[in-house]
Write a protein that binds this ligand. Structure first.
Ligand code: 3HC
Length: 286
C-alpha cells in the first residue's frame, strides 16, 4: 500500500494551470520527480512558463540558488497523456472546477493508476465524496486544497470525504508537510473551511463597492489596514480570478442557500470577460 512517504518518488499532477503548475513546482522543489499533464501541449507549455517565472522570482530574491531552480525544472516532465501517470506513487488533480470533468478524470485515473495509489483533488468547493463515487477506491481519495499562489502560500486544506480512510488522511497531511506546507482539516462540506468563509467575504466586498459604500481602493484599504490581511476583497478576487470566484460562489449558493448568493457585479464582470489579473482587467487594470 502506497501510504507512507518513504514509498513516494514520483508525483503526478493533472492540470498545468495556475494551481496545477504551482503544485508541480513545489513537489519538484521538494525533490520529487513530477509528471505534469494537461490536455493540450500549449497548456503544458504555459505551465512550464509559469514555473520558470516563479523560480526566477525566487532566484532573484536569493531564496533559492540558480542550480536549484534548474534541478527543479529538470525533475518535471510534461505530457498530454493520462497514461503517463501510471507509474506515479500519488496523483494530485488540479483541473477545472467542473464536477463532470473531475468525475471523468477520476474514472480514467482509476483505470490507469494502480489500485493502492492515493488520488487527491485540489477542488476548492466541490464534494470529494461525489468525485470519489465514480471510482472503485473511494477510501483512497482525499482533498488537498492548495492556496494561490501555491509556491508562496503556506497553507493546505486536507478535506476528508465520506469514505476516505484515516490512513489516507494522515498521508495527505504528511505529504503536504513534506512539500513545505502547513495543514488543517475539513469535513467534506461545501467550500470546506476556507472558501465557505472567504467567498461571502469577497462577495460582500463586491456588493459594498456596487452599492457605493466606498471606492474600490478604500474598500481594499479599509479591509487591509482594518483587519491586517494582505489583500482587500476586490484585489483578492482579481488575484484568484473572477470566474473562479463565481463558480465557487454558485456551488455554495446551490448547496447552502441564499446567504451565499453571488454578487450581481461579479456575474456581470465575468459575462464581460473581465476575469481579473489573468485577463488584464477585473475590478482593477493590470
Ligand atoms: N512565485 C514565487 N514567488 C512569488 C510568487 C510566485 N508565484 N508570487 C509572489 N511571490 C513572492 C514575491 O517575489 C515576494 O517575495 P519577497 O517577500 O521575498 O519580496 C513575495 O512573494 C510577495 O510578493 P509581492 O511582493 O509581489 O507582492 P505582495 O507582497 O503583494 O504578495 C501575495 C503577493 C503573496 C499574493 C500576497 O499579496 C498575498 O498573500 N495575498 C493573499 C493571497 C491569498 O489570500 N491567497 C489565497 C486565495 S484563496 C485560494 O487560493 C483558494 C482557492 O480555492 C480560491
Amino acid at each position: 500500500m502506497a501510504r507512507s512517504l518513504d514509498s513516494i518518488e514520483r508525483i503526478g499532477v493533472v492540470g498545468a494551470g495556475t494551481m496545477g503548475s504551482g503544485i508541480a513546482q513545489v513537489a519538484a522543489q521538494s525533490g520529487y520527480d513530477v509528471v505534469m499533464r494537461d490536455i493540450e501541449e500549449e497548456f503544458v507549455q504555459n505551465g512550464f512558463d509559469s514555473i520558470e517565472s516563479s523560480l526566477d522570482r525566487f532566484v532573484s530574491k536569493d531564496k533559492i540558488a540558480e542550480d536549484e531552480a534548474e534541478a527543479t525544472l529538470d525533475r518535471i516532465a510534461g505530457t498530454t497523456e493520462l497514461s503517463d501517470l501510471a507509474d506515479c506513487d500519488v496523483v494530485i488533480e488540479a483541473a477545472v472546477e467542473d464536477m463532470d470533468i473531475k468525475q471523468d478524470i477520476f474514472a480514467d485515473l482509476d483505470e490507469e493508476i494502480p489500485d493502492d495509489v492515493v488520488l487527491a483533488t485540489n477542488t476548492s468547493t466541490l464534494s470529494i465524496t461525489t468525485i470519489a463515487s465514480v471510482t472503485d477506491r473511494e477510501e483512497s481519495i482525499v482533498g488537498l486544497h492548495f492556496m494561490n499562489p501555491v509556491p508562496v502560500m503556506k497553507g493546505v486544506e486536507v478535506v476528508v470525504g465520506e469514505k476516505t480512510d484515516d490512513e489516507v488522511v494522515e498521508f495527505a497531511h504528511a505529504l503536504a508537510e513534506d512539500l513545505g506546507k502547513e495543514t488543517w482539516e475539513s469535513d467534506d462540506k461545501p467550500g470546506f473551511v476556507t472558501n465557505r468563509i472567504l467567498m461571502p467575504w469577497l462577495n460582500e466586498g463586491i456588493r459594498a463597492y456596487d452599492e457605493g459604500v466606498a471606492s474600490k481602493e478604500d474598500i481594499d484599504k479599509g479591509m487591509k489596514l482594518g483587519t491586517n490581511v494582505p489583500m482587500g476583497p476586490l484585489e483578492l478576487a482579481d488575484h484568484i480570478g473572477l470566474d473562479i470566484c463565481l463558480d465557487a460562489s454558485e456551488t455554495l449558493h446551490e448547496e447552502l442557500g441564499d446567504r451565499y448568493k453571488p454578487a450581481y457585479l461579479l456575474k456581470r464582470k465575468v459575462d464581460a470577460g473581465d476575469l481579473g489579473k489573468k485577463t488584464g482587467k477585473g475590478f482593477y487594470e493590470y
